[in-house]
Design a protein around this ligand. Structure first.
Ligand SMILES: [Cu+2]
Length: 479
């Protein structure tokens, strides 16, 4: 599928011309030591029997620009007494300047535009200065053919800047350099231009993506988000008796919502990665001075970095508990704010985790901050079934990750920058009306009490456990 996509747009010669990186990679392939194949090979556990026949290319249209978000800060000053947040330039209800992405696919009815002259669409151009944080949560199925066209609209507040942007899918094992988004190795998207990225994921798991142009700045400024790939086993079930997942063709309403990996085992096997509910948790922090500097045409000394706000899915506690946003307003192209929270229109993704007693709940953690959070779920053990889009199984038959079970139980995950973890917990018993509350928070307690002891602005959310059957089955992540 990928080959035919490529041949439509680029023949092999043109591809090599365009990408010195691709050329280097091809040259490298011929001299790579024989053992490298073993490490570069997909590490999926048990390959599902077959992928469904090729499906239509999934198309997404992203814009890159700037905007403003709301963090419940109180007033934050620097040592010189300058108020960094809320920034005096911020629109009503907002506090902090960001760079970022938006998904505007629905404005075009979801149809791929062959030559993305679509930056002439008035509704698209109107989104300059209107981005979201964290970047849109994306998820795909193993074997999907994906096109993401990125249009760089430039910055509304900083017309003096002409920064290009890219999309780098961090951890993607089979990236062509042309589509890897590392500007030194391939290309980046200039202001006023669009570029289509193509992907064909073969390894399920939890990943992240970010702009790789001037990445210390652009990642800190907000151009980052979560992306995950669901395994083929969701579509096919497996030979050990795990059924097709709910929501896929032939999936019964009582089937699991999905599997984290192609685990190849029965539902009651300890190694099963089946789950009933799924939540992406994207972690990062913001250094208020750098956001102020970018808004006020100043430069930042990045070695001064320190975290002022700690975010989950682009929000700080208690905003983490607010509901999801309402999607796109198709007349204006703007994001529809969560009910009752007009200030959170640019931060649409909730981190509230709601489940029923006995549910298996998948938490897909990604840390793309510059610090190391220790995420603790107080009172409920989590089983870590995957790390960095790799199932926690030893190497087994066929060189695949279908060997010994190396998953483990913990109530705290200490994660470095750029790491992802797949954790499943079983919701504890609950009877009667209402819900029991368990806290999920960064156990580095300074992250709960920023800035200046106001008690606001931390990485914390709630797990709310209802009685069995009290909630409808989940149909989409983070709901
Ligand atoms: Cu960028």
């Amino acid at each position: 599928m990928r080959t035919s996509l490529l041949s439509n747009k680029f023949n092999r010669r043109r591809l090599l011309k365009l990408s010195g990186g691709a050329l280097a990679a091809m040259a490298g392939a011929s001299i790579a030591p024989a053992w490298s194949g073993r490490f570069l090979k997909p590490v999926s556990s048990v390959e599902a029997a077959t992928l469904q026949s090729p499906r239509p290319t999934i198309y997404r249209h992203f814009i890159a620009s700037d905007g403003w978000i709301s963090i419940p800060t109180g007033e934050l000053k620097n040592e010189q007494g300058v108020v960094l947040a809320p920034d005096a330039l911020a629109p009503t209800g907002k506090s902090t300047y960001v760079f970022g992405f938006r998904d505007i696919t629905d404005l075009e009815g979801g149809t791929a535009v062959a030559t993305p002259a679509n930056t002439t669409d008035a509704r698209v151009l109107a989104q300059k200065g209107n981005v979201q944080h964290s970047a849109p949560q994306m998820f795909f199925d193993e074997g999907d053919a994906i096109q993401i066209t990125l249009s760089n609209l430039g910055f509304a507040l900083r017309p003096d800047l002409f920064d290009p942007h890219t999309i780098h899918w961090h951890g993607f094992r089979n990236a062509l350099p042309l589509f890897d988004g590392v500007p030194e190795m391939s290309i980046s998207v200039a202001v006023g231009r669009s570029f289509p990225y193509y992907y064909h994921p073969t390894d399920p798991g939890t990943y992240m993506y970010h702009c790789h142009n001037e990445d210390v700045e652009h990642v800190q400024m907000g151009m980052d988000g979560i992306v995950f790939v669901r395994p083929a086993q969701n579509r096919t079930g497996n030979g050990a008796g795990a059924p097709v997942a709910r929501g896929y063709v032939g999936g019964a309403p009582t089937a699991p919502m999905g599997y984290v990996y192609n685990d190849g085992v029965a539902l009651n096997d300890r190694r099963s990665t089946a789950y009933d509910r799924e939540f992406g948790i994207f972690l990062n922090e913001m250094w208020a001075q750098s956001h102020f500097d970018d808004a006020h045409i100043q430069t930042s000394d990045w070695s001064d970095f320190h975290a002022d706000f700690y975010l989950m899915n682009g929000r700080s506690y208690p905003d983490t508990l607010a509901p999801n946003g309402g999607g796109l307003d198709l007349s204006s192209g703007s994001l529809v704010a969560p009910v009752g929270r007009p200030d959170l229109d640019s931060q649409p993704l909730s981190s509230l985790i709601q489940c029923c007693a006995g549910d298996k709940v998948l938490l897909r953690f990604v840390n793309l901050g510059y610090t190391q959070p220790a995420m603790k779920l107080a009172g409920i053990p989590m089983r870590i079934v995957g790390k960095d889009a790799t199932p926690l199984r030893g190497l087994g038959t066929g060189g695949l990750r279908n060997g010994a079970d190396t998953s483990y139980k913990t109530n705290m995950i200490y994660m470095g920058a750029g790491e992802s973890y797949d954790a499943i917990f079983t919701a504890p018993p609950k009877t009667g009306a209402g819900y029991d509350t368990y806290l999920l928070f960064n156990n580095s307690l300074g992250a709960l009490n920023k800035p200046g002891g106001t008690g606001l602005g931390g990485q914390m959310t709630e797990v709310r456990v209802y009685a069995a059957g009290a909630l409808p089955a989940q149909t989409a992540p983070n709901t």
